[in-house]
Design a protein around this ligand. Structure first.
Ligand code: ATP
Length: 809
């Protein structure tokens, strides 16, 4: 795989990066090239592309930074520093990734031991490590600093904005959340009467499928600089259900019957799966104590405050303890992580200890989730001798390699980094794996991860135990078969209740013609109603960033979380939000799954997500673990279908659904404020862009210097191999995003065959050009270099691998 850094992102409609498409064969040469073109990049860099200057600047003092700005060379202060920066430069070059490729964390930075306030992140040390100072150091461009500087410079102009904010507060006063704001929704989910003229119009528009795909600009990798108000309008998109036009009820009934037959053959019946458990009767089997868990585990559970198992834990643990394959589904925040971690720990207590062996691999789709799971697992196993390793992108490969040498019992990984180690870390053998877990499994089985999973599944033993979990677990047998499971037991808890009981779902309707009020609505709600622990989801990174600027100008404390940020920035953001330093987290769907932050009071969908599944994951960030919470979706006409689905499913389970009205005068006030702020917003964005370009130039310069100084050493290093080229990865991401977000504009409404062009694209993706492979044990088929051609260059690559279909099926 090409850059090691973003191989494992959850790609949203907005997470397509600008990729060069170049496979970098020679890191040193490429770095020198980069250094040489530093100046050019200054003008070509997208401002939204992350602040990659961190690597060179990480170890630099602020003084150095200023010097560099004046055009002076920034000398490393010590040999160690030079070596460190040089090493990072080398890593960066391999990745060639302007999206945060150049900063790596030591695992120790986030492996924070034990904290009192357990929230899955275990991040007290992280908080220290990423104190304000550290934040300044790592953020090449500090948005708050820019705004502060501007404030100091232009006191009178800023005062206008502040005065207006004060006015609005005194006008309306702080209302907080009032129940009388709510009114029960009508069937269409908009609370306005399903039969009104406007609704009919709206439907007509939707049925026509008219409307441009504005929101998809990122998906096409065209995240242009020119933000406009229009960008904030949710892009009308054809709903995936529309695309299945032509499917009659009869067809789907037939399909259901076929699927039911397949399921009957594929899954083991749940009742017979855990006979021991059944015999015990419900009362005694309702506790952790009755599950025959060992004392160290019970102590671990007590330490984290888990007194009673949640329903999914109650169902899963006894079956998983028997070594059976499991497909588990339960609503968000219902404790799925512990449901697979507890039986793993219990089983490992009885492992042979003479030869340390890596026996378990747990896969997560994002780095944050890998970190989160790592911390939960360590906490639960605190009273055992079981060892864990975190192998997520964005952290130091070398540190991970060192940990792998100790053969940790459990490896918690993102697939991309796992493959990287499979190929390049001599110490890492995967043929000893006995248990495989895919968390957020439906996502992991989507196309973006297909080729990665394929490679992993062909390399690990077929005789393993396999467990799959997700809140929106697919039950498509055809999909599950690809994982090579052995008569899995399907454990669904509250499968029909797709959201938790404590969640109130709220919808704000953007009537036709008022779409440009979206941001005004958001600001009104954030200033007056939802003021603490609010996650706001955006479809586009660019929009999330722009709104962050606006929030900062309005004095609302916000942080961002999306794929344009380095790993360090992402962790800082989550920490700032968790600790309350930031009241609002402006995120893309990179944060929609799994993230477990305590006491998130509200999730706001700035634009409705494009599928019901994504809606469920997003709103699942609040009302977790039996708590209450609100989800508020600003929805326009094109979102009608997703809103309808959400309302229907909420009603079916008797959950509260309300409609919120934004007072027109408030919307007007904010619209005017935003209009007045327009110039300033653009200026801040421009200033930020300039600072970023400067930082990138500095970094490239520094990289070039380091490479010249350490050229021999760098060239002497063995070359790493990557799973996919940038192009391959981009193609896979596009497919993943299409799967996640629904098809793009122009996709025909009926299921279509692959065009020649599409087929070619897929072939290109599958036929990967691999570099030289090194350091791998004999007999490892994945490590064989491609045969050389006549000219001595790498010859035809091996044929693409298929999913590891088990012979058991
Ligand atoms: N038995 C338990 N008792 C009390 N709290 C628990 C228990 N099990 C899990 N929790 C808490 O519930 C919260 C949600 O757990 P977890 O993150 O595993 O949910 P999830 O089902 O994986 O959610 P998602 O679908 O969003 O990934 C966590 O804060 C966790 O600490």
């Amino acid at each position: 795989m090409a850059p090691k850094i973003d191989d494992d992102f959850v790609f949203t409609i907005s997470d397509h990066d600008d990729v060069s498409g170049d496979d970098l064969d020679d890191p040193a040469a490429e770095a020198l090239k980069l250094a040489g073109r530093g100046k050019k990049r200054k003008y070509t860099e997208d401002p939204d592309v992350n602040t990659t200057a961190k690597a060179a600047l990480t170890k630099k003092s602020k003084k150095d930074k200023k010097k560099a700005k004046k055009g002076k060379k920034a000398e490393p202060e010590s040999e160690e520093e030079a070596e460190d920066a040089e090493f990072k430069a080398g890593e960066d070059v391999e990745g060639n990734d302007d999206m945060a490729s150049d900063f790596e964390f030591a695992v120790g930075d986030i492996d924070t031991g034990f904290v009192e306030d357990f929230d899955g992140w275990g991040n007290e040390q992280a908080a220290q490590a990423h104190s304000k100072n550290a934040e300044k150091k790592s953020n090449a461009v500090d948005l708050d600093e820019i705004i502060e500087r501007r404030r100091n410079k232009k006191v009178p102009e800023t005062k206008v904005v502040q005065d207006q904010a004060e006015d609005s507060e005194s006008d309306g006063g702080f209302e907080g959340f009032r129940d009388d704001d709510d009114e029960l929704l009508a069937e269409d989910g908009f609370g306005m009467g399903a039969e009104s003229d406007e609704d009919e119009d709206g439907d007509a528009v939707h049925k026509d499928g008219s409307g441009a795909e504005e929101g998809d600009s990122d998906a096409a990798g065209q995240d242009s600089d020119g933000s406009s108000d229009e960008d904030s309008i949710a892009a009308p998109v054809p709903h995936p259900m529309d695309l299945e036009a032509g499917h009659s009820d009869e067809d789907s009934e037939r399909e259901d019957a076929v699927e039911a037959k397949k399921a009957k053959d594929f899954f083991a019946p749940e009742e017979s799966a855990a006979p021991n458990n059944k015999k015990k009767g419900t009362k005694s089997s309702g506790t952790f104590q009755s599950m025959q868990l060992s004392r160290p585990i019970l102590k671990g559970l007590a330490a984290v405050g888990y007194t009673e198992p949640t329903p999914i834990q109650l169902k899963t643990i006894p079956i998983a303890l028997e070594g059976k394959d499991v497909v588990g589904g339960a609503v968000t925040g219902s404790g799925k992580t512990a449901a697979f971690v507890i039986p793993i720990i219990q089983r490992l207590l009885y492992r042979g200890k003479k030869i340390p062996t890596t026996r378990v691999a747990i896969f997560m789709p994002t780095r944050e989730l890998a970190v989160q799971c790592f911390n939960v697992a360590k906490k639960l196993a605190a009273f055992t001798d079981i060892t864990f390793a975190l192998m997520a992108g964005g952290f130091s490969s070398r540190e991970q390699e060192a940990v792998l040498k100790t053969r940790p019992d459990v490896v918690i990984a993102t697939p991309g980094r796992f493959i990287d180690h499979m190929r390049n870390s001599a110490a890492f053998q995967v043929d000893t794996l006995e248990i495989l877990v895919l968390d957020e499994a439906d996502r992991m089985l989507e196309e973006g991860f297909e080729s990665q999973l394929s490679e992993i599944l062909t390399a690990i033993p077929k005789s393993r135990q396999t467990m799959l979990f997700s809140a929106t677990m697919t039950s498509s047998v055809d999909t599950l078969i690809r994982v090579g499971m052995n008569r899995p037991v399907r454990l669904l808890v509250d499968a029909k209740k797709q959201t938790v009981a404590g969640l109130v779902q709220e919808f704000v309707r953007l009537r036709p013609g008022k779409e440009d009020k979206r941001l005004a609505y958001l600001l009104y709600m954030c200033e007056k109603i939802y003021t603490e622990k609010v996650i706001i989801f955006f479809r586009q990174k660019k929009e999330a960033h722009r709104v962050r600027v606006i929030f900062a100008l309005c004095g609302l404390k916000a942080c961002e979380l999306h794929g344009n940020m380095s790993q360090e920035q992402r962790i800082q953001s989550v920490e700032a939000f968790r600790s309350g330093t930031s009241s609002y987290m402006l995120a893309t769907d990179v944060a929609s799954r799994g993230l477990d932050i305590k006491n998130v009071s509200t999730v706001i969908n700035y634009e409705a997500p494009q599928t019901h599944e994504i809606y469920l994951h997003r709103v699942g960030r609040t009302a977790r673990a039996g708590r209450t919470g609100r989800a508020c979706t600003i929805a326009a006409e094109p979102d009608r279908k997703v809103v309808k689905q959400a309302v229907k499913s909420a009603r079916d389970q008797g959950a509260k659904v309300v409609s919120r009205q934004v007072p027109p005068e408030e919307a007007e006030t904010w619209t005017k404020k935003l209009r007045d702020m327009e110039d300033e917003i653009e200026e801040v964005l421009e200033e930020e862009k300039e600072e970023r370009a400067l930082s990138i130039t500095e970094r490239d310069l520094k990289r070039g210097e380091n490479l010249i100084a350490h050229e021999d050493e760098i060239k002497a290093r063995p070359r790493r191999t990557w799973f996919e080229s940038e192009k391959d990865k981009f193609a896979a991401k596009s497919k993943g995003a299409a799967e996640l977000n629904g098809p793009l504009e122009g996709v025909k409404k009926e299921k279509k065959k692959l065009s020649g062009k599409d087929r070619k694209k897929m072939e290109i993706r599958d036929v990967r050009t691999e570099g030289k492979v090194w350091k791998k044990a004999k007999g490892d088929s994945t490590a064989k270099p491609p045969p050389k051609g006549k000219d001595g260059k790498a010859g035809k690559p091996p044929p693409p691998k298929k999913f590891g279909k088990s012979s058991r099926h």
